[in-house]
Design a binder for this molecule. Sequence first.
Ligand code: COS
Length: 386
Amino acid sequence: MSELSKQHQMIRDAAREFAKQHIEPIAAEFDEAGEFPIETVRGLGEQGLMGVSVAPEYGGAGMDALAYVLALIEISKVDAAHGTIMSVNNSLYGAPLEMYGTEQQKQKYLTPVASGEKIGAFSLTEPMSGSDAGTMKSRAVLSEDGSHYVINGTKSWVSNAPYADFIVLYTLTDPEQKHRGVTAFIIDTTVAGFARGKKEPKLGIRASATSEILFENYRCPVEDRLGEEGQGFKIAMTTLDGGRIGIAAQAVGIAEAALEASIAYARDREAFGQKIGQFQMIQQKLADMKTRVEAARLLTYSAAHKKNAASPGDGSYALEASMAKLYASEAATWVANQAIQVHGGMGYSKEMPLERYYRDAKITEIYEGTSEIQRMVISRALTGLR
Ligand code: COS
């Protein structure tokens, strides 16, 4: 893999510095409280990290997919919950707005979010529609005069929703057409007819807020429809292709943090008259952890390179994105588990961050497409069979 450019090193170092100075001191406390860290999230915006790949004319930092990956690894290494908030804002909200938005939509709905002044979210999942994303029940009906859509229904597991100002919503305009009847809309959460439901009590990434959202006769002006009627499923899929690279980066960050803690502990902790890093059983763990972290990193960088070479939304990096997410997420959970074992009782204690890494890693195998869905996408790309 080629050396990182000066610009890439700069964003990586800036993200690392910000995370160390501002996020590390509060991460455990916000995890324990399950509280959204609004001040440091605003700080991420000031650093240009809430719209890394969005063009500067729309409030972003105008950098490429690798820069985004490098920054997200550093933030997630210190706190994966901040990583989630950042990745939703960047990949799941900013990217589809930039790819499919009209000029007016970008000015109004992308600029304030990419600059970090406002927060964005993405809503595809419903209580009875997760992996099988085309089976949603919520509806948008065009008014008789054609000026607006009336939206009704319940969406679930919406990351950032409790704090989001705007949400890209996927809902059905033509239920007969199944996934081809899905349309995307930009939702303003201050408008009547929108409400937030219960906040999910979660195992990990507890500082990132997740909730249901409810629509009751929400009136969405036609100019806030994103893309064409029926184009929503494609918008969601191409958005997730990019998002999955972000989740892979988040997983690399968590795994790297768990590995580094384990190396330090193996060098320091003594048992039976020697450092535990001198025992072959610990050496094997560290060697396998490091190898998986580097393999995950290279797959993630490779997916980012492929995305950089692609045209927006062309789906040409779906395979690489799925492989990176699949491998990195499973590596993160495995590495975090080994890290607890290396630390023994201390790994199980909330006095150290190992148990948090383990809890946080698990979600990367689930959201933005479970490992089972990634394997399906990869296999379909290989054989062309369904
Ligand atoms: N890019 C562009 N288009 C894509 C695409 C991609 N990556 N993946 C699928 N499509 C298109 C297909 O080309 C097909 O188009 P046509 O209607 O023109 O034929 C359409 O989308 C439907 O594809 P398919 O028939 O493969 O849909 P399936 O429902 O069988 O499966 C999967 C699609 C499983 C890949 C999809 O539903 C998925 O990713 N599910 C997981 C959803 C998810 O990640 N949820 C988490 C949300 S964030 S918490």
